[in-house]
Design a protein around this ligand. Structure first.
Ligand SMILES: [Zn+2]
Length: 397
C-alpha cells in the first residue's frame, strides 16, 4: 500500500445546475460546492483549470482568430472545391479534421467545425499544443509542468483513448502503487447534453453510469492507497437553447465586404469582429446595439472576466448573447444544437461544480482557476507523505 493518492476526476459540463438536485456521487464525495466558470468555451476553461490563470494571462481562449499572416491553413485551401453537400456533413468534417490535425501537427483538440474552406486561410487556430501535457499552454506553465519539475509521479488521461480506455489506463497505473497525483478526463457528458439538452432522461442515466465507474475506480484506488483524496469537478454547466439568431444574415445585410471591410468569427454564443476601417466598425456596432438578445462587452467587463487582450488578438469587438440564445448558422455549426455553454459566467447555467470526500476544501476555492491551487497543494501533500512513507519502509527493513 502507498500512503496517499490525490485523485482528480474532471467531467466536462457537469455543472452545478445539473447535479444540484441529483444525488450524483453523494456517497463517495458528499462535500459539494459551486464554482464560478471562466468566460469562454472548454478551450478557455480547461487551460484555466490547468494553469490557475485566466485567459488574458495564458492566452488560450477561443479556437479561431483572424490572423492571415500566421494562418497554417493555406494547405487546406483546395478543400474549397469539395462540394458543400459533402463538406457540410458532420462525419465528413470529422474525417477532414482528423486528417488536417495530423498534417498540421496540432497536438491538442482540433476540429474544423463549420469554418468555410473558402476563407480558412484568413484564420489561425490557437490550440496547437495540448494543455493536458507539460509545455502545453500558449503562455506560462500548467500543472503538468509543475509536477514534472518537482518529479511528482502522475497520471493524466489521453483524450484519444476515450473515456473507458482512460479509466482502464488509470486503473492499471494505480495498481503499480507509484502515483501521487492522477487527473482523469471525461468529456462525454458535454457532448450528450449538446445533443439532447440538460433535462433529458439520458443525462441522469449518464450520471449513474459515471457513478458506477467512479465506484470501480475508488475500489481499486483504496486497495492500493491508504488515503484516497477524491475531487470530482467540472469546467462549466449547460443551458438549453430555445432561441436561434441568424447573426450572419444581419451583418451580411449591411453590405460590408468580408475580409475587405471586416473579419469575424461566429462562435455559437458570441461573435468576435476585427475591422479594416472605422466606417465598418461604426456600422457593425450600430447593428449589434439594436439586437436585444445580446450585448457588446466593454473593456471593463472583459477585464473583469479575465478575457481582455490589449492586442485584440481574439477580436476587437466581442458580442455575447444571453443564456439560451444560439447563433445559427455559426462557424461552429450549420444547424442548431439543443444546448450550449459559453455565456456570461454569472448566467444561472454557467456555474461549475466541485464534489469531494474531503470535508475541508479551503473556502478560497470558488472559481475554476482555483482548482490549480487545490491540485498543486494536494499533489505536493501526497508526494511528501509518500516519500516519508517510503523512507519509513526503508528504515524498518
Ligand atoms: Zn461543450
Amino acid at each position: 500500500m502507498r500512503p496517499v493518492l490525490s485523485l482528480f476526476v474532471f467531467i466536462d459540463a457537469c455543472g452545478w445546475q445539473i447535479i444540484k438536485d441529483d444525488p450524483f456521487v453523494r456517497r463517495v464525495a458528499p462535500h459539494r460546492r459551486q464554482l464560478r466558470s471562466v468566460f469562454g468555451y472548454s478551450s478557455a476553461c480547461i487551460p484555466s483549470i490547468l494553469s490557475g490563470r485566466y485567459p488574458s494571462e495564458h492566452r488560450n481562449w477561443s479556437y479561431f482568430v483572424y490572423d492571415p499572416a500566421h494562418s497554417p491553413f493555406q494547405s487546406l485551401r483546395w478543400m474549397r472545391w469539395l462540394p458543400s453537400a459533402l463538406t457540410s456533413r458532420r462525419r465528413v468534417r470529422n474525417v477532414l479534421s482528423a486528417w488536417a490535425k495530423r498534417r498540421l501537427g496540432f497536438k491538442g483538440y482540433f476540429d474544423l467545425y463549420n469554418m468555410p474552406f473558402r476563407d480558412i486561410a484568413h484564420y489561425d487556430f490557437t490550440e496547437k499544443k495540448s494543455p493536458l501535457r507539460p509545455g502545453g499552454m500558449n503562455r506560462g506553465t500548467n500543472i503538468f509542468d509543475f509536477l514534472t519539475e518537482r518529479r511528482i509521479p502522475y497520471h493524466v488521461s489521453e483524450p484519444a483513448r476515450g473515456e473507458a480506455g482512460n479509466l482502464t489506463a488509470l486503473i492499471d497505473d494505480l495498481k503499480t502503487e507509484t502515483l501521487d497525483f492522477a487527473f482523469l478526463y471525461w468529456p462525454q457528458l458535454d457532448g450528450l447534453m449538446h445533443r439532447v439538452g440538460n433535462d433529458a432522461p439520458e443525462v441522469p442515466a449518464m450520471l449513474r453510469d459515471y457513478e458506477r465507474r467512479i465506484d470501480q475506480l475508488m475500489a481499486v484506488a483504496q486497495a492500493h492507497y491508504e488515503d484516497v483524496r477524491l475531487y470530482i469537478f467540472s469546467d462549466h454547466g449547460m443551458a438549453n437553447c430555445d432561441e436561434h439568431i441568424d447573426l450572419r444574415a444581419r451583418i451580411d445585410a449591411l453590405g460590408l465586404r468580408l475580409h475587405v471591410d471586416y473579419a469575424v468569427v461566429y462562435d455559437s454564443t458570441m461573435a468576435r469582429f476585427w475591422f479594416h476601417h472605422e466606417a465598418a466598425r461604426q456600422k457593425i456596432t450600430t447593428c449589434l446595439e439594436r439586437i436585444p438578445q445580446g450585448e457588446i462587452l466593454s473593456d471593463a467587463e472583459l477585464t473583469d472576466l479575465g478575457t481582455y487582450f490589449p492586442d485584440r488578438y481574439f477580436g476587437e469587438l466581442i458580442y455575447l448573447l444571453r443564456e439560451g440564445t444560439l447563433i445559427v448558422p455559426s462557424h461552429m455549426g450549420a444547424r442548431p444544437i439543443r444546448a450550449m455553454h459559453g455565456y456570461h459566467p454569472d448566467e444561472p447555467h454557467s456555474f461549475a461544480a466541485l464534489m469531494s470526500n474531503q470535508p475541508h476544501v479551503p473556502a478560497g476555492i470558488t472559481a475554476i482557476p482555483d482548482m490549480y491551487k487545490l491540485m498543486t497543494h494536494e499533489a505536493e501533500a501526497a508526494h511528501t507523505a509518500n516519500c516519508a512513507g517510503r523512507h519509513a519502509t526503508v528504515l524498518a527493513s
